[in-house]
Design a protein around this ligand. Structure first.
Ligand code: SAH
Length: 228
């Protein structure tokens, strides 16, 4: 590689680093207060989770397209959902909808182990490669229908769903420990395309449900994807 090429690479790296600092400051201004969440965002290189020309937009605060017609979530939404999940370092967390693997990587900074499920094998394989490259060893990933949860590993301290469910998925709520929390986007009835983020806290005899933000996620789809 030429010297010119090298200096371009280091300019790009500096540009990304500056973008990351701006993003973390913007997240703080927008109300993300949990320092552990902000430093998890700082430790995970979002550019590793996007491809091609999207790399230069890695620290813009918006969702970006990934393979299989899916998206990597907006950083603010990742930070917000992670904060609302109140993850502790000894916890076992289930994520439904691995996508690029970015949200799982952020969670992995904060808990003991993340279990993540994706219905597209292509996406799952790419995400697993990223976890290996980055040396994130506390993530277990598999292809499957995440709507059914991961019964072999249940119960979980926390569950995060990163695709919109038609209603609160009770099969997942049943895989929470008592005192466990699930954050999930749910379709708003009678409102085409409307979704709201819901936080469910499981109790001994039932659950408490809070409505958080309006959001926009790809839909939770039943079954494993058939790919050509
Ligand atoms: N958390 C991801 C965002 C992924 S978008 C990230 O950080 O990049 C939502 C993902 O959920 C998509 O990849 C989609 O394929 C997946 N998905 C949708 N329905 C699913 C299901 N039933 N089981 C598992 N994954 C599902």
């Amino acid at each position: 590689m030429t010297a010119g090429g090298n200096s371009k690479n280091s300019d790009d790296a500096e540009e990304l680093e500056a973008g990351k600092i701006r993003l973390v400051m913007a997240l703080r201004r927008q109300g993300i207060r949990d320092g552990r969440v902000l430093s998890a965002i700082e430790r995970v290189p979002r550019e590793t989770f996007v491809t091609g020309s999207f790399v230069e937009q890695a620290y813009d605060d918006h969702a970006l397209p990934i393979e299989c017609g899916q998206t990597i979530s907006q950083p603010y939404v990742v930070a917000y959902m992670t904060e609302k999940l109140e993850v502790g370092e000894r916890m076992k967390v289930l994520e439904v909808g691995t996508g690029s693997g970015y949200q799982a990587a952020v969670l992995a900074q904060l808990c003991r182990r993340v279990y993540t499920i994706e219905r597209y094998r292509t996406l799952l394989n790419d995400a697993v490669k990223r976890f290996e490259i980055l040396g994130f060893h506390n993530i277990t990933a598999q292809v499957g229908d995440g709507g059914k949860g991961w019964p072999e590993q249940a119960p979980f301290d926390r569950i995060i769903v990163t695709a919109a469910a038609p209603e609160i998925p009770l099969e997942l709520a049943n895989q929470l420990k008592v005192g466990g929390i699930m954050v999930v986007p749910v379709d708003v009835e009678g409102e085409q395309g409307g979704q709201k983020l819901v936080r469910l806290t499981r109790h001994e005899d039932g659950a408490n449900v809070e409505e958080l933000l309006p959001v926009r996620f790809v839909p939770l789809v039943e079954g494993v994807a058939r790919e050509s």
